[in-house]
Write a protein that binds this ligand. Structure first.
Ligand SMILES: Nc1ncnc2c1ncn2[C@@H]1O[C@H](COP(=O)(O)OP(=O)(O)O)[C@@H](O)[C@H]1O
Ligand SMILES: [Mg+2]
Length: 232
């Protein structure tokens, strides 16, 4: 379980201060599928970045099970991130001069207990593309490689910042079905930031942000399948 207590984040650029997170309180349960919605600039990425230790908080506490993340040194936080967290971004961030297999290998190399790369390729439906290079793949296929790469180290939580932001509906749904399967079959906690309100129907919990605050928390008693969500 992740507990976020009274978290504030203020960015200072010269004389200008931006309060990107204001008094944020939130609990993310193990195995939950969480969607974070909100307009551009509302603090979604900042929230994800401070939860995952990619950025520091200005005040407040973040706890993962019994570990107070906000008390860890940068080195300890890096180790925690490496061992427990997976990331998927709008940009696929694949290395262009490595094959699909080799890109996933990079994720596996981060772990002492990596998942099998060929099995991961099977899971994301890309076994035939094993020896191709990123430029030989569609955007949707590249994003599925990045999903496999983030999974290779077997993280317990997967953070996704606009994972379908560059994809059309068909490819988006393939990526979302994959995230859904990771959550339901493998019990991974999945946190997805999106502009697309349709995706919120897939979630257990929907968090709406505005101007750095959580303005609404909704629990869906029933989740919609990724393939059935309304797009737009
Ligand atoms: N590194 C940064 N330095 C200064 N301001 C930032 C930085 N990152 C984000 N911000 C500001 O914080 C606010 C929240 O940004 P962000 O979390 O990226 O929003 P979202 O992901 O919802 O679009 C915005 O006003 C943005 O300009
Ligand atoms: Mg963002």
């Amino acid at each position: 379980m992740i507990r976020i207590e009274n978290v504030n984040k203020i960015y200072k650029t010269g004389d200008i201060e931006t309060a990107a997170l204001k008094d944020v309180d939130l609990t993310i349960n193990d195995g939950a599928f969480v969607v974070i919605l909100g307009p551009s600039g509302s603090g979604k990425s900042t929230l994800l970045n401070v939860i995952s230790g990619l950025d520091t908080v200005t005040s407040g506490n973040i706890t993962f099970d019994d570990t107070v993340l906000t008390d860890l040194s940068p080195e300890q936080m890096t180790a925690f991130r490496r061992d427990h967290l997976g990331f998927i971004f709008q940009q696929y961030n694949l290395l262009q001069n490595l094959t699909v297999y080799e890109n996933i290998q990079i994720g596996a190399d981060l772990s002492t207990q990596p998942l099998g790369i060929d099995e991961l390729l099977e899971q994301v439906g890309l076994s035939p593309a094993r020896d191709k290079y990123p430029y030989q793949l569609s955007g949707g296929e590249q994003q599925r490689v990045s999903v496999a790469r983030s999974l290779a180290k077997n993280p317990s939580i997967i953070f996704c910042d606009e994972p379908t932001g560059s994809l059309d509906e068909d490819n988006s749904k393939k990526v979302l079905e994959l995230l859904e399967r990771l959550n339901t079959t493998y019990g991974k906690t999945v946190v997805v930031i999106t502009h697309n309100t349709g995706i919120s129907a897939m979630a257990d919990d929907v968090i709406k942000m505005n101007s750095g605050r959580i303005v609404e928390l909704t629990h869906n008693p029933v989740r919609q399948a990724a393939r059935d969500i309304a797009w737009g």
